[in-house]
Ligand binder design. Structure first.
Ligand code: SAH
Length: 227
């Protein structure tokens, strides 16, 4: 890494801290993952701006603040088995790999999943498994999960994901339509008895979760027509 990029990374982390992200475990994980490896070459210089970037297939890598904030709210421990929906570039996967025992990550676009896997292996991450498919259905034969992170917005919280969350588990998921300027970032908690509670964390903007328990292709086409 050039010293310019390393200075930019340091500056970004200080900025995130001054915006209230005071979780050192998450900040250290973000400090140890080279974000420039996940953004297209033309955006490399800006990799440490607090911005999201296109990653192809009309998808985006989330801004560092959103990654940090969602990871903080997920409260991942070294013993945890984590399910991530929406592998995308693999940046969020890398942060989760730093914190968890193992990460199971599902992506519907095959080429994104393959390049994320290759990139993560090249960076020395091996405590994860990828799957190409509809993550709104979860990953049934690996369930239950201690933590679930969804990085695409769903019309409602998919029941399959609630079912695959372990007792005392936490899920963080954006809920709303892709056109909504304010999607709700929700924290779903399951207690020892399996009782589920929901908490509104704030407002975000994500690409849609497209799938059986997410948005249908038809929803998206009609929203394009009506906008
Ligand atoms: N976390 C990613 C950004 C994700 S963008 C990163 O750090 O780069 C959202 C991703 O969710 C996109 O790659 C999109 O293709 C994927 N996606 C959308 N619907 C999905 C579904 N039903 N199952 C799995 N992945 C899905």
């Amino acid at each position: 890494m050039t010293s310019r990029l390393s200075r930019a990374r340091h500056k970004l982390l200080t900025e995130l801290q001054s915006h209230g992200l005071d979780n050192n475990v998450v900040l250290d994980a973000m400090d140890s993952v080279a974000r420039e490896s996940f953004v297209a070459g033309s955006f490399e210089e800006e990799a440490y701006a607090d911005k999201c970037f296109p990653i192809g297939h009309q998808q985006t890598i989330s801004s560092p603040y959103v990654v940090g904030w969602m990871t903080h709210k997920l409260d991942v421990q070294k013993t945890h088995k984590v399910l991530e929906i929406g592998t995308g570039s693999g940046y969020q996967t890398a942060i989760l790999c730093k914190l968890a025992r193992r990460v199971y990550t599902v992506e519907r676009v095959e080429s994104l999943s393959q390049s994320a896997e290759k990139r993560l292996h090249a960076m020395g991450f091996f405590n994860f498994s990828t799957e190409v498919g509809d993550g709104s259905l979860g990953w049934k034969n690996q369930a239950p999960f201690d933590r679930i992170m969804v990085t695409a917005t769903s019309p409602t919280v998919p029941q399959n994901l609630i079912d695959q969350l372990a007792p005392t588990g936490i899920m963080v998921i954006p809920v709303g339509h892709s056109d909504d300027t304010d999607q709700r970032l929700m924290k779903i908690t399951k207690d020892e008895e399996g009782q589920v509670t929901q908490e509104l964390l704030g407002y975000v903007k994500f690409v849609p979760l497209v799938g059986e328990q997410g948005h249908t292709d038809k929803d998206l086409k009609s929203s394009v027509r009506s906008s």
